[in-house]
Write a protein that binds this ligand. Structure first.
Ligand SMILES: Cc1ncc(COP(=O)(O)O)c(C=O)c1O
Length: 399
């Protein structure tokens, strides 16, 4: 047995087995590349499930973390800091939202959004108004609230009962949502592009229809932008790509580019529902996290940043569509910006492990979709490298 395998086995033997082990040990990363402990280089199109938006070891982010860690990492959430002011101002001034609540992860941002919407509905429409509409194939996280609105969690009955009053509608089918709406509906929550569900984008008109429905029925519209926000779709916020403003957004992943931080952003009338003592978290909005958010958002606001996302997205989509036409091994290509889903004729685990052997790290979405979510700083040359590895891998694999 190799030393690598021994280390993998020894580690996973002591871990709760919530993840299946990968066959390599990652050592370090720089930009869009990562290296394993045997010195093998990978182009990283997974970046920790769509997290490292600025790539690995981004110089400005490293300096920010070093400087801030030396000054102060944590303080009570009831204190403000210059870093908290800077991050909050950047988020409010560059979004449609008025109020920010800092969390530490995607699932916590979703929990805050659900609690905020439920409390708003309780006060606005009465205690009976507590139901949530989510969507088939949704994914919102692993804590109980988020799991309750994540359809696949309901096939794990050992965690039940989940929170009551949750209904699932069909994505891009407004009639299926209308059928579920009643006086009890507090909120509708949607991923503008379903991530774990297989990289399926919502239609613009569907989201516009949801907005109208929520306005007509006085329902809170929540966008889960945990995976799709912060440049991933080629706009700073996902809602901008669709021209539809939600009342609340849940943020995480790319907002910290690898540092664990998230946030709930809300329009004034919804965000004011949460008051002192009704919600909180020890680490939320700590000075280090806020310094990171301010640094990441400042980088993303440089005009060339999103221009690059859209340019390399075009190169990848064009190249993949060409490959689909010429190879008959790709059956579908979906997504937006640098969130790309590819269905092929091959077994997905085999495809991912062969890509890994050929120097490309990617993840799965849904039952059989290959998900590419590279850093948003991917260069044109790196995009061409991604296409070359995919082309080589598809030509090597047997159906
Ligand atoms: C759309 C969406 N919401 C929520 C989450 C949960 O985020 P976290 O794993 O940071 O709790 C994820 C994670 O993949 C996600 O993709």
């Amino acid at each position: 047995m190799s030393d690598t395998q021994k280390i993998i086995d020894e580690t996973f033997e002591m871990l709760v087995k919530t993840y299946a082990p990968q066959p390599v040990i990652l050592d370090y990363g720089k930009g869009c590349k990562a290296w394993d402990t045997d010195g093998k280089e990978y182009i990283d199109c997974s970046v920790g499930y769509a997290v490292a938006s600025l790539g690995h070891a981004h110089p400005a982010l490293l300096k920010t973390i070093n400087d801030q860690a030396a000054r102060m990492m944590i303080c009570q959430a009831s204190y403000t800091t210059k870093e908290k002011l800077k991050a909050t101002k950047l988020l409010v001034e560059n979004s449609c939202f008025d109020l920010i609540y800092f969390s530490n992860s995607g699932t916590e941002s979703v929990e805050a959004s659900l609690k905020c919407a439920r409390k708003w509905a309780y006060e606005e429409k009465g205690e009976e108004c507590n139901e949530i509409i989510a969507f088939h194939k949704s994914f919102h996280g692993r804590t109980f609230g988020a799991a309750s609105i994540t359809e696949k969690c309901h096939s794990q009955p050992f965690f039940g009962p989940y929170i009551p009053g949750v209904h699932f509608a069909t994505l891009n089918d407004l009639a299926s949502v209308k059928e579920l709406v009643s006086d009890k509906t507090a909120a509708i929550i949607i991923e503008p592009v379903q991530g774990e569900g297989g990289l399926v984008p919502a239609d613009k008109d569907f989201l516009k229809g949801l907005r109208q429905l929520c306005d007509d029925e006085n329902i809170c519209l929540i966008f889960d932008e945990v995976q799709v926000g912060f440049g991933r779709l080629g706009t700073l916020h996902a809602y901008e790509s669709f021209g539809v403003e939600p009342d609340i957004s849940a943020w995480a992943k790319g907002i910290g580019s690898g540092f664990p931080v998230g946030a709930m952003a809300a329009k004034e009338k919804f965000g004011r529902a949460l008051t002192v003592g009704t919600h909180g978290t020890t680490f939320g909005g700590n000075p280090l996290a806020c310094a990171v958010v301010a640094c990441v958002v400042s980088e993303m606001l440089k005009p060339e940043f999103l221009e690059n996302v859209n340019k390399v997205s075009g190169i990848l989509f064009d190249g993949l569509n060409e490959l689909k036409r010429s190879s008959n091994k790709i059956t579908d290509i979906r997504g937006k910006g640098l969130m790309i889903g590819i269905d092929t004729v091959f077994d997905i685990s085999n495809l991912i492990s062969t890509l890994q052997k050929n120097g490309l790290m990617a993840t799965q979405a849904g039952k059989e979709t290959l998900r590419l979510v590279p850093p948003l700083v991917l260069s044109e040359d790196e995009a061409k490298e991604v296409l070359a590895i995919i082309t080589k891998t598809l030509s090597e694999l047997e159906e």
